[in-house]
Design a protein around this ligand. Structure first.
Ligand SMILES: [Zn+2]
Length: 287
């Protein structure tokens, strides 16, 4: 059986931690503190994975309140920083009913390429305990806050769109921008908590003006050149809902949304980070 978590060292003090569902968390280890960016679904023992890397006091930050970024919060006693506008969303997405849905999806996960179903849950998964884990101890954080870990600093910027309280981290030393789900090649902009399209476009403009060199997102493994934002912007400015492809998703069912792309989607283009799509509902289109 495959290990549930996989750790990749990007730099001496920066790691990417992946789980089998393809959600990425990032760990920064400074001279004083370590910082964990997102906690994933948390089906496995994420804390012991972190403790094998560092014993530094841990700061935890959620990029936003969605289940696949925050359900692991309940494995930690430490404070968990999140934007105030996503706190209620986080509580809702880490509640038992949502966790049950996530467990079911992971147990019957279908590979998009092969169509085969797999159980992704780790073998020591404690289902009953998982349902009761809650959201962790949430603390508000807003734009401008700087986490100084000692030798590495991470500045919070507000990047709404995907959710109202989505934040990103600016790693000034590396000129890397950590965006969670706030900017990516398959941007979801249809759920209740999503902002209108114009807000997402403002977020992209803000990110382009930061002078960063690389972009790191939560559902793609590799470090991207920052110019990938140009593709996202091109897609955002040319949303054509009428010709979009209807979107059927198992994670947030019940929303009518379409996939709007600035290219012709094929099997090969699926997963290409430079081919951008926005999954949007009609009511989010305001420009
Ligand atoms: Zn999300």
């Amino acid at each position: 059986m495959r290990e549930y978590y996989h750790v990749k060292k990007l730099k001496d003090n920066i790691y990417r931690i992946t789980s089998l569902e393809g959600v990425y968390c990032d760990l920064f280890v400074g001279g004083k503190n370590a910082l964990l960016w997102d906690t994933g679904y948390g089906f496995g023992d994420l804390k012991s994975v972190i403790r094998k890397i560092t014993d530094k006091p841990l700061i935890i930050v959620n990029s936003h309140g969605h289940l696949d970024h925050a359900c692991g919060n309940g494995r930690f006693e430490e404070d968990i920083y999140i934007h105030p506008l996503d706190m209620e969303l986080c509580k809702a997405h880490t509640a038992e009913a949502v966790r049950r849905h996530a467990v079911k999806n992971s147990r019957e996960s279908v590979d998009v390429l092969t169509g085969k179903s797999h159980n992704l849950l780790p073998k020591d998964f404690d289902e009953a305990a998982y349902y009761q884990m809650g959201s962790g101890h949430l603390c508000p954080v807003i734009e401008g806050h700087v986490f100084d870990l000692g030798g590495i600093t991470l500045r919070v910027i507000e990047t709404p769109g995907h959710t109202q309280g989505s934040i990103s981290l600016v790693c000034q030393e590396e000129k890397w921008l950590y965006a969670g789900d706030a900017m990516n090649a398959f941007l979801w902009l249809f759920a209740e908590e999503a902002c209108p399209l114009s807000v997402y476009i403002n977020t992209l403009e803000k990110a382009q003006a930061l002078g960063m060199e690389k972009l790191i997102v939560a559902h793609y493994p590799d470090i991207l050149d920052i110019d990938v934002l140009d593709a996202y912007m091109d897609c955002a400015r040319h949303v054509d809902y009428e010709n979009g492809i209807p979107f059927d998703n198992p994670i947030l069912p019940g929303y009518e949304a379409r996939i709007c792309s600035n290219f012709k989607m094929t099997q090969e283009s699926f997963g290409d980070p430079y081919k951008a799509s926005i999954v949007i509902s009609k009511e989010k289109i305001d420009c």
